[in-house]
Design a protein around this ligand. Structure first.
Ligand SMILES: Cc1ncc(COP(=O)(O)O)c(C=O)c1O
Length: 363
């Protein structure tokens, strides 16, 4: 039986009636931009993550750009960011006028460490972007202890839990993406910034709306980057289910462990209680593993085979030293099926295909 890489449809099936009714309500109300649904979602999402403020924006990339600007990042500044992440984590930095400085990750967790960040700090460092990659919870407090403000890129970590709280409430500010395949996914683009800082929240609110508070006076050169009212309404129906879906993702990881997958590939080392957005394993022969999975109809993907610092647009920012952990992660990683509804049987099937591939021990 084929096993898909992810399944966004099945978890939403029981909610279809409620979502349809909400969409009708918004259409009937004719308030499509920054109406009551966006306001209510912002309050509910802030309460969920444990932050004072949530501000809905158009997508997760804008969320990073606006949050950095609101934190005072601009021309002449440096922002430390991991290279092993989705390109947008770094792309947002030059858009503020600042310079990305790439740091390494621990390939066992796919996250930055205090040591990897420390190695990238300079007197020009204005902020560090810590990515909770694949849903794992990066060590924000250890990095803040270095004396730099942390912006959490929590695009992949809605529903995860750390020992000190949820992603979204761990650093100076945090950003989320509600891209449809994310743990909390809209039916289009969407994003949010969360923060406990009243000043940052106020500036993000202005920046998403042309730098204005009232559409009369324009105090900043801003953006048009608002969370859509329909998307907010859809997200509100889903939010109460996020913890249950996160538990399903952790259960799926437990199914893989019980099926003996850890003897065949390197499993991701969990930090906190991750709501695995992607379940990413490692093997030196990852491309052969991908071929075996493909032949068996098992979904898989190498997301970041070329890390961000090696992308053409980032060439001028590429570090002289080659980021060894990043190279290992980039060369050996492979995402295998993960969803809130991945069953014990499906996990066993994936493990059997990996075993039959006969690639030997991971290292
Ligand atoms: C780690 C990370 N950062 C940022 C983004 C950007 O989010 P969006 O696609 O909503 O702009 C994504 C996802 O796409 C992501 O995975």
């Amino acid at each position: 039986m084929p096993v898909p890489l992810f399944d966004t449809r099945t978890p939403l099936e029981p909610l279809r009636g409620a979502i349809d009714a909400k969409i009708r309500e918004v259409v009937d109300g004719s308030r499509f931009i920054l109406g009551p649904e966006v306001g209510a979602f912002e309050r509910e999402f802030a309460a969920y993550v444990g932050a004072r403020h949530a501000i809905g924006v158009a997508n997760g990339t804008d969320a990073i750009t606006l949050a950095l600007r609101a934190m005072g990042v601009g021309p002449g500044d440096e922002v430390v960011v991991p290279s092993f992440t989705f390109y947008a984590s770094a792309e947002a930095i030059p858009l503020t006028g600042a310079r990305p400085v790439f740091c390494d990750v621990d390939p066992d967790t796919f996250c930055v460490t205090a040591d990897s960040v420390r190695a990238a700090l300079t007197p020009s460092t204005k902020a560090v972007i810590v990515v909770h990659l694949f849903g794992n919870v990066a060590p924000v407090a250890e990095i803040e202890a270095l004396g730099v403000p942390v912006l959490e890129d929590a695009a992949q970590a809605a529903g995860s839990n750390g020992t000190a709280g949820r992603p979204g409430a761990l650093g100076t500010a945090a950003t989320f993406s509600f891209f449809p395949s994310k743990n909390l996914g809209a039916f289009g683009d969407g994003g949010a910034v969360t923060t406990r800082d009243d000043g940052i929240a106020e500036r993000v609110r202005m920046l998403r709306f042309h730098g204005s508070r009232d559409k009369q006076t324009f105090e900043l050169v801003g953006h048009n980057s608002r969370l859509d009212e329909l998307q907010a309404a859809i997200l509100r129906v889903q939010l109460p289910h996020l913890d249950g879906w996160a538990a399903g993702r952790r259960q799926a990881a437990a199914h893989y462990e019980a099926a003996g997958l850890g003897e065949l590939v390197d499993l991701p080392h969990a930090l906190g209680a991750p709501a695995w957005h992607l379940y990413v394993v490692r093997h030196e022969r990852a491309d052969e593993l991908a071929a075996a999975l493909k032949a068996a109809g098992v979904g898989h993907k190498a997301y970041y085979r070329v890390p961000t610092h090696a992308q053409p647009a980032m060439r001028e920012y590429a570090p002289a030293d080659g980021l060894p952990g990043t190279q290992v992660a980039a060369r050996t990683h492979l995402a295998i099926p993960m969803s809130p509804v991945l069953s014990r049987g499906q996990a066993a099937e994936v493990a059997a295909v990996v075993r039959d591939a006969g690639l030997g021990r991971p290292h």
